[in-house]
Design a protein around this ligand. Structure first.
Ligand code: NAD
Length: 295
């Protein structure tokens, strides 16, 4: 197997995951170009600046804050697509919508190096369907790369091949993730929500279902599903706020749409009150309001 040398990574999307993945890479000394949509009007790099401001709050090990920030270059899709040409790895981490992701792939494809690996951080959309938005020449270098939140601390990364992915691409990616980022890699099949989210999201839904059935409060459920059972960062409703309620809704929607014969199918939906929060724009930690802090 030829060695996969990653000199520069492009991360597409500076949201909850993209910004943290960029910070994590910079922590490991890997230069990153962090793309995001230009602000609709006014300050074109507003979103990217916000993401970078958030990065400064992360723990600085092993690189100090300023050195890490210097490794991250903000970019937008209008003026900086040429920067993709110099990237060996492109990690897409935009919102969990098939239509938005495929539209972006069509836009970036002419600018990506033919030797780059392109990978999606989707939580569970079909990697095969995403691959189809790429030209045939890039399709065999595309796969899923599913980091968990927060990527700096969560060791697991699922990698997912399509029917087109060259075997060497997964081998190279696994070696790089293990040696450069210290990750524990699991190869998952291209099934809805892969492995960890298929189980994890179901456990969140089960806890939400029983919250209403047993008349419990959020804090009571979190006390029962969090630190006291050895899951300091995984209490149900805190996790929902950290993930983002809209992202959680998309991930649940993937199971609802694509697993019609699952015996638990009728539980694949969020409670009404949580959908109402999303409607109001209270999406969890990223908007400053969610299950815990109401608008
Ligand atoms: P987010 O909502 O925090 O950020 C989404 C980003 O996508 C934003 O920066 C936004 O500007 C960008 N975006 C939105 N529409 C776009 C478009 N049409 N074209 C280009 N960019 C667009 O989302 P997130 O939580 O960072 O999730 C990103 C991806 O990572 C999703 O696929 C999600 O399923 C996956 N993921 C999320 C988590 C989590 O805990 N939040 C964990 C693992 C994987």
């Amino acid at each position: 197997m030829s060695k996969f040398v990653v000199k520069h990574v492009a991360v597409l999307g500076a949201g909850v995951m993209g910004a943290q993945i960029a910070a994590h890479l910079a922590n490991a000394g890997v230069p990153v170009t962090l793309f995001d949509l230009a602000a609709a009007e006014g300050d074109r790099n507003g979103i990217v600046k916000k993401a970078l401001a958030g990065l400064k709050k992360l723990e600085p090990a092993p690189l100090a804050g300023a050195a890490r920030i210097a490794l991250i270059t903000p970019a937008n899709y209008d003026d900086h697509l040429d920067a993709l040409r110099g990237c060996d790895l492109v990690i897409e981490a935009i919102a969990e919508r098939m239509d938005w992701k495929t539209a972006l792939y069509e836009r970036i494809a002419p600018h990506v190096s033919p030797n780059a690996i392109i990978a999606s951080n989707t939580s569970g959309l079909s990697i095969d369907a995403l691959a189809n938005a790429l030209p045939a020449s890039l399709r065999d270098r595309f796969c899923g790369i599913h980091f968990f939140n927060p990527p700096r601390y969560m060791r697991l990364v699922e990698i997912i091949a399509t029917s087109h992915t060259q075997a060497s691409v997964l081998d190279q990616l696994e070696t790089w993730l293990t040696s450069t980022l210290g990750k524990g890699v699991v190869r998952a099949l291209d099934t809805p929500n892969f492995v960890a989210n298929r189980i994890g999201v179901f456990s969140i839904l089960a806890a939400m279902h029983h919250t209403a059935r047993l008349g419990l409060g959020f804090d009571e459920v979190d006390a029962l599903t969090g630190p006291k059972i050895g899951r300091p960062k995984s209490a149900t409703y805190r996790t929902a706020d950290v993930v983002g309620l809209d992202t959680l809704a998309h991930v649940v929607g993937t199971m609802e749409k694509n697993l019609p014969d699952d015996p638990w199918h009728r539980y694949f939906q969020l409670p009404q009150w949580l959908s109402a929060l999303i409607q109001k724009g209270a999406l969890g930690q990223k908007t400053g309001a969610g299950v815990y802090r109401k608008q």
